[in-house]
Design a protein around this ligand. Structure first.
Ligand code: UTP
Length: 318
């Protein structure tokens, strides 16, 4: 795997001496998925198919594309199928081999060969901050690491993670992904107070608040499911008390780091993302992801687009 080079336009953010490479990714996937019940009663939401691959496979592929070949997945009760999906399936492979179905055999093997995937269980799902803290032992104290939420899809044509890794190495701080949302939607996200850095798509985060009331929101910049964090976040998370929803919030730990930019490992930057992103844990966004990605595929697209045109033409006017 080749390490991405750091773009020259990020130079003003650092002292010309980039920090260590980012090689590990953490994928929290232990949440309960209540927004998608009853589908998620016995099936993890990360395993819901987006066209013909489970949502989490897109996330793992994104990590691998960014050079992160060492992945720790945070799972929990009822999430066994995640491990099975990224493992070999000997019986299935033997049956496909006997049939001479080479294409499907390749697809089945592909998910088992993607990356070096490790698992740890969260026990009680006590919040995203707690899930990230479960990765402390695997990640260690020295190197920055990426966090990719297992139900958040970034379209592979819209690069985000590599840019965030570049910003992390230049600043040696922590980096979040920010996306402009309609002000009426900020209460669904963590929200950031920001100031300019001189690099167009990079902002300094001066404060963060989890799911604010729209009238108290510091901006309409929502934190979406990609992070590249300094390992100091573990020390902070250990002392972070349960916050909103009685959960240990990653946002609260990042707020502590944002308020301490002068100390090593402190400070938070935001990379503004303008591409396509789907929250597959939300039913409507999930449907949009399936329709968009399937309609753009070579194998399914032509017939699906013809169906959609006819379907839309037959819709009653609102
Ligand atoms: P969500 O906010 O989507 O929560 O978590 P959720 O519980 O999974 O889903 P809903 O809101 O009940 O429908 C964001 C990410 O953090 C993980 C989730 O799996 C998801 O990837 N998470 C959340 C954990 O791993 N552990 C937790 O305790 C909470």
């Amino acid at each position: 795997m080749t390490e991405p080079t750091i773009p020259a336009d990020l130079a003003p953010l650092g002292d010309g001496n980039p920090g260590p490479a980012v090689v590990k990714a953490v994928i929290p996937a232990a949440g309960l998925g209540t927004r998608f019940l009853p589908a998620t009663k016995a099936t993890p939401k990360e395993m819901l198919p987006v066209v013909d691959r489970p949502a989490i496979q897109y996330v793992v592929e994104e990590a691998v594309r960014a050079g992160l070949g060492d992945i720790l997945m945070i799972t929990g009760r009822g999430k066994r199928s995640l491990e099975d999906h990224f493992d070999r399936a000997w019986e299935l492979e033997a049956a496909l081999e006997a049939k001479g179905d080479k294409d499907r055999l390749e697809q089945v093997r592909e998910s088992a060969d993607l990356a070096d995937i490790h698992y740890t269980r969260q026990g009680d799902p006590r919040g995203l901050g707690h899930a990230v803290l479960c990765a402390a032992h695997h990640v260690g104290d020295d190197d920055p690491f990426a966090v990719l939420l297992g139900d958040d899809l970034i379209d592979e044509r819209d690069e985000l993670l590599t840019r965030m890794i570049g910003v992390q190495r230049q600043t040696r701080a922590s980096v979040v992904a920010l996306m402009e949302v309609d002000p009426t939607q900020v209460h669904l996200y963590g929200c950031a107070a920001v100031e300019a850095t001189g690099v167009d798509d990079v902002l300094r985060v001066t404060g963060m608040v989890e799911k604010p009331d729209p009238k108290d929101a510091p901006s309409n910049l929502a934190v979406i499911g990609r992070y590249v964090l300094h390992p100091r976040v573990f020390e902070v998370l250990k002392d972070t008390k349960p916050g909103r929803g009685n959960e240990i919030q990653l946002t609260d730990a990042l707020q502590t780091l944002a308020a301490d930019p002068a100390t090593e490992g402190g400070g938070v930057y935001g990379v503004v993302f303008k591409g396509r992103r789907y929250d597959t844990g939300d039913r409507l966004d999930y449907l949009k992801a399936v329709v968009r990605l399937a309609s753009e595929r070579d194998d399914l697209g032509p017939e699906l687009r013809a169906f959609l045109r006819e379907f839309v033409a037959g819709l009653p006017a609102e």
